[in-house]
Design a protein around this ligand. Structure first.
Ligand SMILES: *Cc1c(COP(=O)(O)O)cnc(C)c1O
Length: 361
């Protein structure tokens, strides 16, 4: 039998979550953020699953876009950070990609480039996150410059990103929203500013376009619970099995560094999954794991290929018992909180040696 660790990817749930993003913003078009291999879910499979309903995709690099084009994805694809060097522009044109322009060196490259067609540019406003983009005053100048260069750049959109749309304290979010509103009013610019948290709970951010990512994969990015009436379905269920069961007396250590010890006679299950697969080594004792559908605590340090779980309360659990690390029945967000991280890192962190198995396509 093959190693039992598998990432089951439910494409019906991906469709469900995409429909939620669309229903929450009925006047917007939702581009599917599919960077980082669709947050670990497989970019090509997810793009193919959503191609008939999604008007565009967004990725982080030309290489990610190229991989989609090679597999026959013909929808528009936006490069969220634009080009990384001017030499990429011929491929951007050949692949018919949309690009963010966030810096003057990119703007100069676009204006200098003489292709057969003007390039589609999404100009990035730094509304207060201070990562990428132009300050408002400079943004307005660059926007006019691009408008005057319609032989080189076309179909301008304003794009900006929120640092804190997920948070209960809304002051930073509101400052950014005011900055964006002021610039949009001056320029009458079509906007694309909503990520998943803003799509979920900030309807005032919804623009001509939105850019949901993590919510499409079923993880809740908000500091708070999802609002009543909104359900996201987990797309990835990380499954494995018990490959050994040990009976230990009280006071025995388990795993590297003997971090955890039995306090009573215990049954310990060994699961085929470890940090060499992307399961977080920071997971603390007590991180929930489902064995035969029942919650059990992780005990002891996560190894590269295995981890250990206390199954003392499950007398029927044995070698071959089904294990769910996260997904159906156990949210990735809850698991992430036990490693002081977020669902994003766990999902994107699943390594290539874990086979993806697709359903519902
Ligand atoms: C990744 C990304 C998104 C999607 O963010 P989520 O929080 O996953 O919805 C949107 N916009 C930009 C610029 C991004 O880099």
């Amino acid at each position: 039998m093959a190693r039992p660790l598998i990432a089951d990817i439910d494409l019906k749930s991906l469709h469900h979550n995409y429909a939620v993003a669309c229903e929450l913003a009925p006047l917007s078009r939702a581009m599917v953020v599919i960077k980082a291999n669709a947050y670990g879910h497989g970019a090509v499979a997810c793009a193919k699953a959503l191609e008939t309903v999604a008007p565009a995709f967004a990725v982080a690099s030309l290489e990610e876009a190229e991989a989609l084009r090679e597999e026959g994805i013909t929808r528009p694809i936006l490069l969220l950070e634009g080009i990384f060097e001017a030499e990429e522009l011929p491929r951007v044109e050949a692949l018919d990609l949309w690009q963010v322009v966030h810096s003057d060196w990119q703007l100069k490259a676009v204006l200098k480039y003489s292709g057969a067609h003007p390039l589609t540019v999404w100009l990035k406003l730094d509304s207060g996150m201070h990562r990428l983009g132009y300050d408002p005053e400079v943004f307005v100048e660059r926007w006019s410059q691009l408008l005057a260069s319609s032989d080189r750049a076309c179909d301008l959109h304003l794009i900006s990103h929120f640092s804190s749309a997920d948070q209960c304290d809304t002051s930073q979010f509101e400052q950014q929203q005011r900055t964006i509103d002021a610039v949009c009013q001056r320029l009458n610019a079509p906007r694309c500013i909503a990520n998943s948290p803003a799509t979920l709970v900030k309807p005032q951010t919804h623009g001509q376009w939105n850019r949901p990512g993590i919510m499409l994969y079923g993880s809740n990015p908000l500091e708070s619970e999802l609002p009543a009436g909104i359900t996201l379905e987990p797309v990835m269920t990380l499954r494995s099995r018990l490959i050994a069961v040990r009976s230990l007396s009280a006071g025995e250590p388990v795993g590297y560094g003997a971090r955890w010890r039995t306090s009573q006679p215990s049954r310990i299950g060994v699961v085929a999954a470890g940090y060499g697969d992307g399961y977080d080594r920071h997971a603390r004792d007590g991180t929930p794991i489902l064995v035969d559908g029942q919650r059990c605590p992780l005990v002891g340090r996560v190894s590269m290929d295995m981890l250990t779980v206390d199954i003392s309360h499950l007398p029927d659990a044995d070698v071959g018992s089904e294990v769910v690390l996260w997904g159906q029945g156990l949210s990735v967000d809850e698991v992430a909180s036990h490693s002081d991280t977020i669902g994003y890192t766990l999902l994107t962190g699943i390594l290539p040696r874990v086979p993806r198995r697709y359903h519902g396509g």
